[in-house]
Design a protein around this ligand. Structure first.
Ligand code: UGA
Length: 440
């Protein structure tokens, strides 16, 4: 008999996981407390932008292999394996992750499950959560239920969510019993047949792998951005430096792109949550370096605003500024903790007229900051601009040529916040182009 799967939480992680499980041939149900989301998903409509996921969702809603509900009773009685993919946002007081949704979904399931079932945590959580959830399950489970728990962190990137789920770099399973491991081996059989490394370990290690990976990636970005501060002061080429470092296989070239810094719903919140959790464990200084990583990252935004001010001869107020890109990275409509959007807002607050264009992010950005001007296309955004800022490296912007903007802009000035434009070409066309890490 084939396993029946539920996925709790239909955000980014949940919908991707649900659709990919259906693609693997399982019958899947997604559950969420938000009826509007469930309605859209049941109609095969993806409420956010993710390449390839829209087609997968549509395909499997149509095939009947994937459905959605708000009804926990149905889910608990129907599925054998329940993946928890709800959010763990930063707490309102800024200290640590808000665990309400994880705790609530596990409690909802535990009270309703009868017979044998496996609950698998996928959400990013503070270390120690799985042990705590085991005791929640122990308190709430019905006497007729035999519920096991496993931890199986998710490493997908926005923009590559389907690929990362179908062909992960590695699979990590934290568990305390052989049955959980066997069940997850069945679910991930295709990836395992393709020789995906599998790490079976304890709960704590499984939880830590996820936060350690994100902390490392964030550190790598801030590391190169700290050198960008040096080259901005004394001169040097940050991209050449990164290339030269990257040839050392121990270092590697990936995540060494200097720019406006990292953002999104994961890296910033995860490094803060890790500091909060280790402090709670009495390790006040252990993750202290992550406070520096965070500060270096946030300084990038100030740097861009200062640069804009200098390039505009201290005349930010009233200047016409075009911002290209507001999402935290390309191929996403996500503006959570987006450096690009933050910079646009800072410029607006300094009195500039800010015109924003993003291929997918305008709607989400406008919902957060309705007072910026949102342009329907690139041409409208750069019209009469005194300064253009390229802040998210969408293909549409990376391939820009000076001649594309020249008939439209008011002045030939551009900040390349992602170091993706060919400086000599723009300078040859009479532009003042300043990149990240560039002495100015
Ligand atoms: C990140 C991790 O890369 C995933 O492995 C992880 O599963 C995910 O968080 C998560 O915890 O759910 P994601 O948030 O989609 O994925 O974004 P990344 O591709 O990691 O980029 C994060 C930020 O770093 C972006 O703002 C990007 O522009 C920036 N970045 C990246 C740089 O500034 N420089 C670089 O060299 C690379």
């Amino acid at each position: 008999m084939s396993l029946k799967i539920s996925v709790v939480g239909t955000g980014y992680l949940g919908v991707t996981h649900a659709a990919c499980m259906a693609e693997l041939g399982f019958e899947v149900i997604g559950v969420d407390v938000d009826p509007a989301k469930i309605k859209a998903l049941s109609a095969g409509k993806l409420p956010f932008h993710e390449p390839g996921l829209d087609r997968l969702l549509e395909k499997h809603v149509e095939s009947g292999r994937l459905r959605f509900t708000t009804d926990y009773d149905e889910v608990a009685s129907w599925a054998d394996v329940h993946f928890i993919g709800v959010g763990t946002p930063q707490r309102a007081d800024g200290h640590g992750a808000d665990m309400r949704f994880v705790d609530a979904s596990v409690t909802e399931l535990a009270t309703r499950i009868r017979g044998k079932a496996l609950i698998v945590g996928k959400s990013t959580v503070p270390v120690g959560t799985a042990r705590r959830l085991e005791s929640i399950i122990g308190t709430h489970a019905h006497p007729d239920a035999q519920i096991s728990l496993a931890w199986n962190p998710e490493f997908l990137r926005e923009g590559f969510a389907v690929k990362d789920t179908m062909s992960p770099d590695r699979l990590v399973i934290g568990c305390t019993d052989a049955h959980s491991e066997e069940t997850l081996r069945v679910i991930y059989a295709q990836a395992l047949e393709a020789n995906t490394p599998l790490i079976v370990t304890d709960f704590e290690t499984a939880e830590l792998v996820k936060v350690a990976a994100n902390a490392f990636l964030a550190t790598k970005i801030s590391f190169i951005n700290s050198f960008a501060e040096v080259t901005e002061t004394i001169g040097g080429d940050i991209t050449v430096l990164a290339d030269a470092l990257g040839y050392d296989a121990r270092i590697g070239r990936k995540f060494l792109n200097a720019g406006v810094g990292f953002g999104g719903g994961c890296l910033p919140k995860d490094i803060r949550a890790l500091q909060a959790r280790t402090s709670e464990l009495g390790l006040t200084h252990t993750m202290g370096f992550l406070a520096e990583v965070d500060e270096i990252n946030l300084r990038r935004r100030e740097r861009v605003v200062r640069l804009a001010q200098t390039m505009l001869k201290d005349q930010l107020a009233g200047a016409q500024i075009a911002v290209l890109g507001v999402t935290f990275k390309p191929d996403s409509d996500d503006v959570r903790d987006s450096p690009a959007l933050d910079i646009a807002v800072r410029l607006f607050n300094a009195g500039a007229e800010v015109s924003v264009y993003d291929p997918k992010g305008n709607t989400n950005a406008a919902a957060r900051f309705p007072r910026l001007n949102y342009a329907p296309d690139l041409a409208a955004a750069v019209q009469n601009a005194d300064l253009v800022l390229l802040l998210t490296e969408w293909d549409e912007f990376k391939t820009l040529l000076p001649a594309d903007l020249e008939p439209l802009v008011g002045a030939r000035k551009i900040i390349d916040g992602r170091n993706v434009l060919n400086r000599s070409r723009w300078e040859a066309a009479g532009w003042e182009l300043v990149g990240m890490g560039q002495h100015y």
